[in-house]
Design a protein around this ligand. Structure first.
Ligand SMILES: [Zn+2]
Length: 695
């Protein structure tokens, strides 16, 4: 995910349908044209079925591997393209978004005189596509910052420089942002979280298996080469690389695990600024915070005090020269993708080892993604004008109503929850806020100046804006109109502190949604996605927030225990899945998402059974309504992924691999067994009393 969007995701405490949209490559598309392309303009075009047998592997029994049965031929015909790390329904739709962004950006670049919006996105794009100017500059754009870091002589200088760099958009040693207080959601509060490392997960620093070792070796090599490229002689570059690895390993060791950081209570530590300073004797937060642009605060939230204890000790124990090398590295690594070709190539050489991607993503796609991440709501205004149909919003509202009605029945019907807790659950359900398509109020990035000939300057200007915009909300009323994703994003999210669900314009397309499709397709697709997001409000994390979004326990002890007993079964089910022979799915890390998939699919199925098609038995293209519902669910998840990226996903992503998101939940639904005549002895078969039902 783009850096700014990742930042926003943490600020907004959201849970998403998918981790990230993989980088794109032109030329590929879903096997089915969009409704618009099939419309009256081409009345005689052959109809491509919504469930296409040519994508299935009919030699596999549905009960042995439903994912392969539904997608086997598609998976064979669609290997991961060389400039990508995975390829599936989400990535292909994002490809379409990128194509759309490209044409909008090119158009804007030709017409910068059309107004501020066109000037900003157009000139940003033009500056980013001008590789001749970018190459001529080498690493000149970061020389002034490197010189500033070079001036650091003491610990006091160092703290000032950390604060200055943070105010300009660079994060070093630790992370902070301003977000709603989970226990007082109408107020913003400064939140300090773990950070300071480069590799995607702390395990890469701490584990000694071959895979982690290989990544560390490549990282050391990358550090040495990058330092060499900014003029450091080789022995000094190598010594810096060692110092950085030592420092980052210590920071990684102090960080919470991903599983622990999912706990909203353990990560909620409120203390006064004075107490925080007492916890970290080497850092006076009262002095530092105004320099970070957050003056006048008396309390802060800290994710884990032990991380800040360790960071404080490390700052004291590490020689200033090593700390300066670490700062230079942080500047360099965030700048590298935007500097001249040698820096871009070296950065990619290291990413290759991490992700397995074979070829660099084309320049126009990298730039489109960058602008999506940094000025995405300007680009989004152009995107929705051209690509979003208002009818889709109307249809979505009806589908959400239907899903909500089905969810209500499910809550009323569960036999493990007391009447009081049910009442509160129903209140929460009825107060979900809905965001569809695009924001009512757009961000306008006030104060950002974009120049056609200063690409890196533009990148920094937007990074600075994001930070300043974030911290300047302190003391202001909470803005509940804000979105955590741009309209051109293929994803969806639930945000517990606002109790809201959001569906950007770009996910409202086939295979999730098509206005012309039969209900089975839309209910197995977008309605199950709606169900997924709503169930997040009642998963192991989300259930700890009340209808107002406040982190507050509204469950009786017994009801909570009953819930946990069921959730534990889902955890066990997913912990039993393996990929790449030896790597296991982390059942605890992925629990919230797996609960959301299971609940979402079960509730969407019952909502489907209320439609005319769901009540009937008429086959389409040879499949019954129920079969089509489950096949639609399966085709949403078809994905090929490179092994390196798969290994990384298992460590970092709270979502299970897609084949298990397909096969895991269905085995808990009786209707799936009936629809495909699944019998004992088949691989996926579970006896009726083993099927898990939470909601
Ligand atoms: Zn989710």
């Amino acid at each position: 995910m783009n850096k700014q969007l990742t930042f926003l995701a943490s600020v907004m405490l959201m849970v998403c349908l998918m981790a990230a949209t993989p980088p794109g490559k032109p030329g590929k598309r879903l096997s089915r044209p969009s409704a618009a392309e099939r419309s009256p303009a081409r009345p005689n075009a052959p109809k491509i079925p919504f469930i296409d047998r040519q994508n299935m592997n009919l030699a596999v029994k549905p009960g042995d591997d439903f994912y392969q049965y539904a997608n086997g031929e598609w998976l064979k015909k669609n290997p991961v393209p060389a400039s990508k790390t995975s390829w599936g329904s989400f990535g292909i739709l994002y490809e379409k978004s990128l194509d759309a962004m490209k044409s909008l950006l090119e158009e804007a670049a030709k017409n910068p005189g059309k107004g501020r919006l066109h000037q900003m996105v157009g000139d940003f794009y033009a500056s980013g596509m001008d590789s001749i100017t970018i190459d001529q500059k080498g690493f000149d754009p970061i020389k002034a910052d490197l010189a500033r870091i070079d001036q650091v002589k003491s610990k006091a200088d160092l703290m000032n420089e950390i604060a200055y760099q943070r105010s300009q958009g660079s994060t070093m040693f630790f992370s902070l942002y301003v977000a709603q207080d989970r226990r007082n959601v109408n107020k913003y509060v400064v939140q300090f979280v773990d950070g300071g490392t480069t590799l995607p997960d702390r395990d890469y620093y701490l584990k000694n298996d071959a895979r982690s070792q290989k990544v560390r070796d490549a990282y050391r090599d990358n550090l040495t080469k990058m330092f060499g490229m900014i003029g450091e002689e080789s022995s000094r570059a190598a010594a810096n690389a060692d110092a950085i690895l030592t420092l980052e390993t210590a920071l990684a060791n102090a960080q919470m695990t991903r599983v622990a950081s999912r706990d909203p209570i353990k990560t909620y530590n409120k203390l006064t600024v004075a107490d925080f300073s007492e916890q970290t004797p080497g850092i006076n937060w009262g002095e530092l915070m105004p320099k970070l642009g957050i003056p006048g605060q008396d309390t802060v939230l800290v994710q884990s005090l032990s991380f800040y204890h360790s960071m404080d000790s490390l700052l004291t124990a590490t020689p200033v020269e090593a700390l300066k090398a670490y700062m230079r590295w942080n500047l360099l690594k965030s700048a590298a993708p935007y500097l001249s070709t040698p820096f871009v190539n070296q950065n990619f050489a290291f990413n290759k080892v991490l992700s397995g991607q074979k070829q660099l993503t084309p320049l126009w796609q990298r730039r489109s993604r960058l602008i999506d991440g940094s000025l995405g709501e300007l680009l989004g205004q152009l995107y929705v004008q051209q690509y979003f149909k208002p009818e889709a919003k109307e249809r979505m509202l009806v589908l959400i109503d239907n899903l909500e009605a089905s969810f209500k029945e499910h809550i009323n019907a569960v036999d493990w929850m007391s009447a009081d807790t049910k009442k509160r659950a129903l209140t929460k359900l009825s107060t979900f806020k809905r965001k569809i398509g695009y924001p009512d109020k757009w961000k306008n990035y006030e104060g950002v100046i974009i120049r056609p000939d200063d690409f890196y300057g533009n990148v920094r200007a937007t990074q600075k804006w994001w930070y300043t915009d974030n911290v300047s909300r302190l003391g202001k009323p909470v803005d509940k109109t804000e979105w955590g994703m741009t309209p051109q994003t293929v994803n969806a999210y639930y945000m517990p502190v606002n109790n809201e669900i959001a569906f950007p314009a770009a996910i409202l397309q086939f295979p999730f949604f098509d206005a012309e499709a039969d209900d089975a397709i839309n209910y197995g697709g977008i309605v199950a996605v709606i169900g997924h997001e709503m169930t997040h409000g009642f998963d192991d994390q989300g259930r700890q927030y009340d209808a107002d979004g406040t982190l507050r326990d509204w469950w009786t002890k017994e009801d909570a225990a009953n819930f946990t007993k069921r959730a534990d079964k889902v955890k066990e089910q997913f912990a039993g899945f393996r990929v790449l022979d030896s790597l296991k799915v982390n059942g605890q890390l992925t629990l919230g998402e797996n609960l959301a998939d299971l609940g979402g699919l079960a509730i969407a199925y019952d909502a489907f059974k209320k439609t005319k098609q769901g009540r009937g038995n008429a086959k389409i293209d040879g499949f019954t309504p129920d079969q089509r519902f489950f096949l639609s669910w399966a085709q949403v998840w078809r994905t090929n992924m490179l092994p390196e990226s798969q290994a990384q996903q298992l460590l970092t992503d709270p979502h299970a691999p897609d084949q298990f998101r397909c096969n895991g939940p269905i085995t808990n639904l009786d209707a799936w067994y009936e629809a495909f005549n699944v019998q004992p002895g088949q691989t996926l078969y579970k006896a009726p009393d083993q099927r898990i039902k939470v909601w």
